[in-house]
Design a protein. Structure first.
Length: 493
């Protein structure tokens, strides 16, 4: 990477509060804190607000591109401007650390082509709303051109109106498969199959949690109608076990899951495709919370999430968390958590607040969390998915680490946890720093050792000294500018 900024070029931006992330949670937090009278800086890597949920196409998000709650988006962005929030869009926060009187954020342009100086943000309190990204499970052949994360497929559609393929199989588990499949079909793609690894009967067992958010049932019914309109087959308890092709995808092999959760290979069939969209839920982006030492736990879906109290406070004083980093639960829940975190930081910095609003938000957050738990329980990652892997299946695509290499490191070198697997076999040491393969490597480690993955196991691959790659010159300049005390915290034991 090139174009490192010098200390002389760097700007220092000061405020009472910094909000990192301009998705639903971050917009709600920034607006709420600013309207309470605080000076607020909002930082996001994208060029415009909205996050992954309100992703912009030409002219901004539109309802016909699959966006929801656009009235809420319009309201938040208008209030953001009116409240005087300073926005730093197109900037990546690559390090967060404790300063003498609060916190220091080191930022740089999100793209190396942008000729702009570094900006250091100095604040009394932080609201972190970093969102999440697609959780991926390796499948034999998933490294072929034409295989994409379901979120990436949808992002191309929303941002550019671009079809990643003409004949697409959508596979994995969870409600997110539905907007991806119907969005592809509406854009002109042939979708011969949606493979859902679980059965919809799981929702019957979680009826109490599902009933907490009736709007979700209406949304599901709408997608079911769209599947029928586009004549898209939706097959439950079915998985893609192999992706076939030479220089790119040409077909997938699908099989039903038996009672033991393993594919019934005798009933496997092949389906032609030039695009495979894989979606296994989402993983929270925890680089900044972990760098500051926030406590974590393993959520219902097996992902590592940050722990917060009833005010969205992290275990680190002065840090507040909202959205997917506290547990994947969707935009409506993220909005409520963002608003509550904005009220909390304002209250802690001496501003008045509406106690009735706090009660309503907490009630809504409890409902949202119960629905999220029901969703995760109804759509778990298949228990025996590691048994589908062949020795030559690539697990870490950056470093080309195969399942055989991980198995060998465990059997002959004694690697019995994800961190040791990383040290001996190199998964997670490439450009993505384990964002793609971290969850899978942790699950493989658990399968090899026969013990459940713990929060410490997940942190072993999720904790990174730098949130994103950055030139050495910028690190040297930041370490020498004297704005912070160099204490970035550390993961909890």
């Amino acid at each position: 990477m090139t174009g490192a900024a010098t200390t002389a070029e760097a700007e220092v931006a000061r405020a009472e509060v910094a909000v990192v992330g301009a998705g639903p949670a971050g917009l709600a937090a920034a607006v709420t804190a600013a309207e309470a009278g605080l000076s607020v800086i909002l930082v996001d890597a994208a060029a415009r607000p909205g996050g992954q949920f309100w992703r912009h196409g030409p002219g901004g998000p539109r309802a016909d591109e699959g966006h929801h709650h656009l009235g809420t988006y319009a309201d938040l962005t208008e209030r953001l401007s009116r409240a005087g929030v300073r926005t730093l869009y197109g900037r990546q926060v690559w390090r967060a650390e404790r300063g003498a009187d609060g916190f220091i954020l080191r930022t740089r342009p999100a793209h190396d082509t942008a000729r702009a100086p570094a900006v250091t943000v100095a604040v009394r309190a932080l609201v972190l709303c970093p969102g999440g990204y697609d959780r991926q499970l390796p499948i034999p052949g998933w490294d072929l051109p034409g295989v994409m994360a379901a979120g990436g497929v949808q992002a191309l559609l929303k941002a550019d109106g671009t079809l990643a393929g003409r004949r697409a199989v959508v596979a994995g588990t969870g409600p997110f498969l539905l907007p991806v499949a119907t969005g592809l079909a509406a854009a002109g793609a042939d979708v011969p199959l949606v493979c859902e690894a679980n059965t919809l009967r799981g929702w019957l067992r979680e009826a109490g949690g599902a009933a907490r958010e009736p709007a979700k049932a209406v949304e599901a019914a709408r997608y079911a109608a769209l599947l029928a309109r586009h004549r898209i087959p939706y097959r439950t308890r079915t998985v893609v076990t192999h992706i076939l092709g030479g220089t790119r995808v040409r077909a997938v092999r699908v099989a039903p899951l038996g009672r033991d959760g393993r594919p019934v290979t005798a009933r496997a069939t092949e389906v032609a495709a030039d695009l495979v969209a894989l979606g296994w839920g989402f993983t929270p982006a925890l680089e900044l919370p972990l760098a500051l030492g926030a406590r974590t736990r393993v959520d219902v879906d097996g992902s590592l999430v940050a722990v917060v109290d009833a005010w969205q406070r992290a275990s680190v004083p002065g840090v507040y968390l909202a959205g997917e980093c506290t547990g994947v639960g969707g935009a409506a829940l993220a909005l409520r958590e963002g608003r509550l975190s904005g009220i909390a930081v304002a209250a802690d910095l001496g501003r008045s607040y509406d106690r009735g609003a706090v009660r309503r938000l907490r009630s809504g957050i409890r409902r949202g969390r119960r629905f999220a738990a029901a969703m995760h329980t109804a759509h778990p990652v298949p228990a025996h998915w590691t048994a589908w892997l062949t020795p030559d299946t690539v697990v870490c695509r950056c470093e080309e680490v195969t399942f055989a290499a991980l198995d060998e490191a465990h059997r002959t070198l004694g690697a019995d946890d994800p961190r040791t697997l990383k040290q001996l076999a190199r998964p997670g040491m490439g450009m993505c720093q384990g964002r793609v393969c971290g969850f899978a490597t942790t699950a493989i480690s658990a399968a090899l050792t026969g013990r459940p993955a713990t929060a410490a196991d997940h942190r072993g691959l999720a904790t990174r000294p730098l949130a994103f790659p950055v030139p050495l010159g910028e690190i040297a300049a930041a370490d020498g500018d004297g704005d912070g005390d160099g204490d970035g915290g550390g993961p909890d034991a």
